[in-house]
Ligand binder design. Structure first.
Ligand code: NAP
Length: 252
């Protein structure tokens, strides 16, 4: 299926690099679409409408607040619409695009290396088009279907997650540097530990407690480190973070 990207910023770039094919795309005048075409081949379109007319599916990669103005340009020519817009529900999409099949997918930036997580709100009707859309996005990582009402919570851990993991890595690297380790070596140790631990948790049926217990001898060094993290309120920090993402108006 021929895909067109509306917007050529961070997420569009990550998707396009993950697909690794010539790209058809637009921007709002910054030159980002041309830069993407220069990198991957393909074609930059001068208008969203022209792009939508030429493709089987448009992927909305603009900011959420551009939903209505962009829809006004292309709603009568878009054959199918996939949105990656944060906080925009299938209902919002269907209202903006009343004549097209719509799909809400929330990817994260590791799609760029085909190790993304793509949370997907199951549409009411399952058909061949849905299978094609899932096939397209499935090339970029793990596609996980969730009920629409839980999309916000799911994306608050997977969509924003790469930033959290990067912050956690950075904090550990900084701490190790203070103890004399080189930043590069510390980064290698931390990131390899993160990916190995993630794989181990998955291999153990997602039993985080079991993985934790296996490293934690009574009265030992891991127990002391975990105690320091608990006293620093790491759990509370993640609870506050999810609240801030899911309920932006209630955030401090
Ligand atoms: N970044 C992430 O990790 C992430 C994760 C999940 C979902 N998302 C979602 O992805 C979307 C884009 O986020 P981003 O981080 O990629 O933002 P971004 O880097 O600011 O990119 C936004 C893009 O939209 C383009 N644009 C704005 N108005 C347009 C219009 N009227 N027609 C065509 N293109 C238009 C911009 O054009 P210019 O280049 O000309 O400014 C830019 O290329 C958001 O809705 C966000 O919720 C992002």
């Amino acid at each position: 299926m021929k895909v067109g990207l509306i917007g050529s910023g961070n997420m569009a770039r990550a998707l396009a690099r993950g697909w690794g094919e010539p790209v058809l795309c637009t921007d709002s005048g910054s030159g980002s679409a041309q830069a993407l075409v220069d990198e991957l081949g393909g074609e930059r379109f001068a208008s969203n409408r022209e792009l939508a007319e030429r493709v089987d599916v448009v992927v909305l990669c603009h900011k959420p607040y551009h939903l209505d103005p962009v829809a006004q340009e292309i709603r009568d020519v878009a054959k199918a619409v996939v949105s990656v817009l944060g906080g925009v529900s299938t209902k919002d999409l269907q209202r903006a695009y009343p004549h097209s099949p719509v799909f809400a997918v929330m990817p994260n930036t590791p799609v760029e290396i085909r190790q993304g997580v793509l949370v997907y709100a199951q549409p009411e009707h399952h058909d061949d088009l849905e299978a094609q859309v899932l096939g397209l996005f499935g090339r970029l990582g793990k596609v996980v279907s969730v009920p629409e009402r839980l999309m916000g919570a799911a994306t608050a851990i997977s969509g924003v997650g790469p930033a959290y993991q990067a912050l956690l890595a950075e904090a550990q690297v900084d701490a190790a540097v203070r103890k004399g380790l080189g930043a590069r070596l510390a980064s290698e140790l931390v990131t390899a530990t993160m990916s190995g631990s993630a794989a181990l948790i998955e291999a153990k049926g997602f039993d985080t407690l079991a993985v934790r217990r296996e490293v934690t001898s009574p009265g030992g060094s891991t127990a002391r480190g975990l105690d320091a993290l608990e006293r620093a309120n790491v759990r509370r920090a993640f609870q506050d973070a999810i609240e801030a993402v899911v309920n932006p108006d209630g955030a401090r």
